[in-house]
Design a binder for this molecule. Sequence first.
Ligand SMILES: Cc1cc2nc3c(=O)[nH]c(=O)nc-3n(C[C@H](O)[C@H](O)[C@H](O)COP(=O)(O)OP(=O)(O)OC[C@H]3O[C@@H](n4cnc5c(N)ncnc54)[C@H](O)[C@@H]3O)c2cc1C
Length: 413
Amino acid sequence: MTAAERSCEVLIVGGGPVGSALANALSRIPVRTVLVEEHDPATFAQPGFDGRATALANGSKRILEQLGLWSTVAGEAERIDSIHIGEQGRFGAARILAREERVEALGYTIENRALGAALWKPLEEAPGFACLAPAKLVSFAGGDDVVSAEVDVGGKAVAVRARLLIAADGARSSVRQSLRIPVRENDYGQRAIIVNVTTEAALAGRAFERFTPQGPLAVLPLSRARASVVWTLGHAEADRVMALADGAFRDELQEAFGYRLGRIERVGRRGLQTLSRVRSGALSDRRTLLVGNAAVSLHPVAGQGFNLALRDVATIAEIIADDMASHGEHADAGSAEVLARYGEWRRDDQRKVAWFTHGLIRGFGARAPGLGALRGLGLVAFDLVPGAKALLARHTMGMAGRLPRLARGLPLS
Ligand SMILES: Cc1cc2nc3c(=O)[nH]c(=O)nc-3n(C[C@H](O)[C@H](O)[C@H](O)COP(=O)(O)OP(=O)(O)OC[C@H]3O[C@@H](n4cnc5c(N)ncnc54)[C@H](O)[C@@H]3O)c2cc1C
């Protein structure tokens, strides 16, 4: 084999949060893996590792613990002890409390940059792992026994042969497009302004989700006494608010969120993201699987995208580990059986979380007269119905449905 040829069990396309988490999981089995990433991982300049923060569910914490990654994440993570859900200008609020749910925390927030560092560092010495970056997948074809791919590494063509190709190449997945897998897309007509701020009163473990007529406004506790804000607005309004000077921006954010945390003091650099839901019509094709945003990309309202994707990762790793345990040297990570097991296992969880997230936007987004008061009542009722709250809490904590071993705190094999 020449330098321009590589052979492995699994080829991962995309080294964002999901592709890099998957590479870590596969290195625990271990499985020979090649990861192709367009950006240089050392700079963490990939779209997924920007100044935003991610809320990690308890199920995700367990997965990261089992992969030996939590100890690095923990130092930068901030606990969420309560989530306060309310509607701007209406009575009625719901609270989900860690102590009522009998858990140590409802989840944890971490800056994407810190998460990226924690996911990439161990890969430098991971057994059986090789990275091609900056490099781009140019073409691929799934055959009877292998998938053959061509990768452009700094202008040089490298041929990679693998048993299985896993697309972790994001919501606009070129792998999915090449396979002509149809997608269902919901354009919410919304953009999210993402910014970190400091506030007069400490968040002290409190997270807030405020539904406004324009869209939800989330405020999450972040390390170093900061808050991570995701403020959803209609396109034109988001563009207008983005263009405001810092002082005027702070005033408008204060008005939208209120004074629950006292005055908003400092505001950081703002980022803007257009929001839509993209669901792939299929999760696999010949010797190819889709994970993370390539499979389902969600509105960030409930902070579920990466948490859902980590369960994809834990499931694939478990299926491949089990296949190796039962078939030994005849194991085939890209067999029709492996692909079918993944699809059967993941469809239900993905459908439920996508439905729940979409429902939050549609339910609270409707503007018909009188609906606001009804929704206020709904929130109060919801707060009084322990069954409904517990179910929501279990879903958002990543503890509902059929969970892979890693998410139950068990080793991969
Ligand atoms: C505002 C906002 C807030 C969010 N908050 C949360 C939260 O609190 N909790 C949560 O769980 N989720 C959250 N999410 C969702 C989360 O960010 C996504 O689920 C996650 O980023 C998906 O990662 P990914 O690796 O699948 O895709 P991406 O991050 O898009 O990564 C894809 C990678 O593939 C690479 N790539 C693409 N094509 C190629 C190619 N041909 N060759 C080589 N490389 C390629 C790209 O360079 C990129 O690095 C949020 C999302 C948004 C927008």
